[in-house]
Design a binder for this molecule. Structure first.
Ligand code: F6P
Length: 324
């Protein structure tokens, strides 16, 4: 391996820049040429390559987003798209790849690598923390801290006005942010994609709180939850339970931005370093992950096929008990 390409793909996540920095500087240290591929798979198709030296990744460890930009690319999903991407990579002299992203990114990397025998190493980057083979994904810690900070603020105004707030957080398929932020911010109820909660059950919980003289409450709703999102839940609750004045807040994309936490910066540095070293050691089609505070490699196919996050039973149980 002489020339390694690095790219970010799928939804951005705080810590991606710290990881790009680690990948570039580890590769340079090992005598490799490093190339940044802009806008993920789209950049391979559109030949958006730029050589990266140590200076090109200076002062980015603390920046949210990704300096390489990111995209979701439909063309790459076709064999023709991948053929063109491979042709462009070869012309550029790139002979190995580090991909930072989620399961869609992994699927693309696995296909390209298998079809064209291109060595690839993946780094799990998504705020959703729903990837198999790693205890944490890049960006999850920062996003959860952002959510907690927002809920703390909402709590102030909810308490001042005796209101019930429904706060919607990100997580199309994963309730990880909702559950953990809910425990950390003391939410009265948490609705998750992984667990169906009927409106009547929710009302029962809220009534129990009201009986205990709670004058305000916060319910966290993961966007992929089955009742159809915060506005729908609020509407249905309002029809049957009007003890509180009800408000809705959708946190949205602010959860994806911001300066990465110390945890994400260190995780990103560790994963970027491990990814390049694994490639040089001859590994391919794997994902680097953190398991019990050590770096582990997981086969990409295994990571893709097991794509999901198992919510911790103790957190599920305690989230309710501790909010009573
Ligand atoms: O996968 C990360 C994520 O932020 C999800 O939580 C969310 O559902 C999705 O991306 C939003 O994607 P987009 O930014 O394309 O709207």
């Amino acid at each position: 391996i002489n020339k390694i390409g690095v790219f970010t793909s799928g939804g951005d996540a705080p810590g991606m820049n710290a990881c790009i920095r680690a990948v570039v500087r580890t590769g340079l240290y090992l005598g490799k040429q490093m190339v940044g591929i802009h806008q993920g798979y789209q950049g391979m198709i559109d030949k958006k390559f730029s050589n990266m030296d140590s200076k090109s990744v200076a002062h980015i460890i603390q920046q949210g987003g990704t300096i390489l930009k990111t995209a979701r690319c439909m063309e790459f999903r076709t064999p023709e798209g991948r053929a063109l991407a491979y042709k462009n990579l070869k012309e550029e002299g790139i002979d190995a790849l580090v991909a930072i992203g989620g399961d869609g990114t992994f699927t693309g990397a696995e296909l390209l690598s298998r079809e064209y025998d291109m060595p690839v190493m993946c780094v799990p980057g998504t705020i959703d923390n729903d990837l198999y083979g790693t205890d944490f994904t890049l960006g999850y810690d920062t996003a959860t801290n952002t959510v907690i900070e927002a809920i703390d603020k909402i709590r102030d105004t909810a308490a001042s006005h005796d209101r019930l707030f429904f706060v919607e957080v990100m997580g199309r398929d994963s309730g990880c942010i909702a559950l953990r932020a809910g425990v950390a911010a003391g939410a009265e109820a948490i609705l998750l994609p992984e667990k169906e909660t009927g409106i009547d059950d929710l009302i029962e919980k809220l009534e129990a709180g009201a009986d205990q003289h709670k004058t305000s409450s916060i319910v966290i709703i993961a966007e992929g939850e089955k009742n159809g999102g915060a506005y729908n839940v609020a509407k249905h609750v309002k029809e049957k339970f009007n003890f509180y004045d009800i408000k809705v807040t959708i946190l949205g994309h602010l959860q994806r931005g911001g300066t990465p936490s110390s945890f994400d910066r260190i995780l990103a540095s560790r994963m970027g370093y491990a990814a390049v070293n694994a490639l040089i050691a001859g590994e391919t089609r794997k994902m680097v992950g953190l398991q019990g505070n050590a770096m582990h490699l997981t086969e990409l196919t295994e990571a893709i096929n097991n794509h999901s996050f198992k919510l911790e039973d103790d957190l599920m149980e305690m989230s309710y008990i501790l909010s009573l």
